[in-house]
Design a protein around this ligand. Structure first.
Ligand code: MG
Ligand code: MG
Ligand code: MG
Length: 309
């Protein structure tokens, strides 16, 4: 019996976790005789491109819209972050590790765990069910964990992420996990030749809380000084996006993965943020030590402050 295609897709501005989790979950579903197809909605970033070519895996098919399709969402659940056409797609399942911010009109399968990556949830499921993880797949899942947890330095990293990454590294034959992690992260931290807009949108998420729409972009880099040379250009581009997209504010998190902190570049309404961080924001930027994760370190502070008013 031929079954209907099910498309597995991550969030807009796809990252390594979204892409590798889609590929892995599709493989898992196909084992169960379900026609699952991993797809992406926008171009791959250089980090993900590197990971796929390192393990010899083809990039997923790119779909401009998921309108009318049966889909499984991975690595996000807020439909504001979903690909075009989500309003007219049929979501049948979600596999994610972010805060829950969705509503669907019919019952769906919902798998969520507070792990450092979606890949950890999928790999754990595979190990528990004795699913045979190939070397390639182990490599992709490992890369996604290392990418999302910033090589376990992020506050989002859990003991499960570390344990599962170690098991995967044996299958993938990656001997030095940390070194491999740095190799991966370096691919995305090279800002040379990128326009300010491209930098901001390279890993960008839109949120809506208490009728306030705002955006947070993040780049993870190894040389903060080099990135800050582009501060003026970045601020100009941020300002432009705030006006065009009618955001309350937009933050670009420039995360220094070596020194473990982030410089935040900010345009738009600043009072929530000043209250949230309990500091005065001068010249549209602020450095916060130990601020590594958008979803765990930054977003909760902002959401709490927005909901106070
Ligand atoms: Mg992601
Ligand atoms: Mg993720
Ligand atoms: Mg991320």
């Amino acid at each position: 019996m031929k079954t209907e295609n099910i498309y597995i897709i991550g969030h807009k501005s796809p990252d390594t976790d979204s892409v590798c989790s889609s590929i892995a979950y599709a493989e898992y579903m196909r084992e169960k005789k379900i026609n699952a197809i991993p797809v992406i909605c926008e171009e791959l970033n250089p980090e993900t491109e590197y990971v796929l070519s390192y393990f010899g895996v083809d990039a997923p098919l790119k779909l401009d819209s998921i309108k009318g399709k049966k889909v499984i969402l991975v690595d996000h659940n807020e439909t504001i972050q979903s690909p075009e056409g989500i309003e007219e797609a049929e979501v049948i399942e979600v596999v994610d590790h972010h805060k829950i911010g969705c509503q669907f009109s019919s019952p769906i399968a919902f798998q969520t765990k507070p792990f450092g990556s979606t890949a950890t949830i999928i790999a754990q499921k595979m190990f528990n069910e004795n699913f045979k993880i190939t070397k390639k797949l182990a490599g992709l899942l490992l890369s996604a964990i290392l990418s999302d947890t910033v090589i376990f330095k992020s506050s989002t990293a859990t003991k499960e992420d570390i344990e599962i990454a170690e098991k995967l590294s044996k299958i993938a034959e990656i001997k030095d996990i940390k070194n491999f992690g740095i190799e991966i992260k370096k691919k995305k931290s090279n800002l040379k030749g990128m326009t300010a807009e491209k930098i901001i949108y390279s890993d960008f998420k839109t949120f809506e809380e208490n009728s306030k729409k705002f955006g947070i972009g993040q780049i993870e880099i190894v040389d903060l000084k080099e990135a800050m040379e582009q501060k003026e250009d970045l601020l100009k581009a941020i300002e432009k996006i705030v006006n065009e997209e009618k955001f309350s504010f937009l933050i670009l998190m420039i995360t220094d993965i070596i020194n473990e902190g982030s410089e935040l570049l900010i345009c738009g309404e600043k009072d929530y943020l000043e209250k949230a961080f309990n500091v005065k924001i001068e010249e549209n930027s602020i450095y916060l030590k130990n601020m590594m994760s958008r979803k765990k370190d930054l977003l909760p502070l902002i959401i709490k402050e927005i909901n106070k008013s």
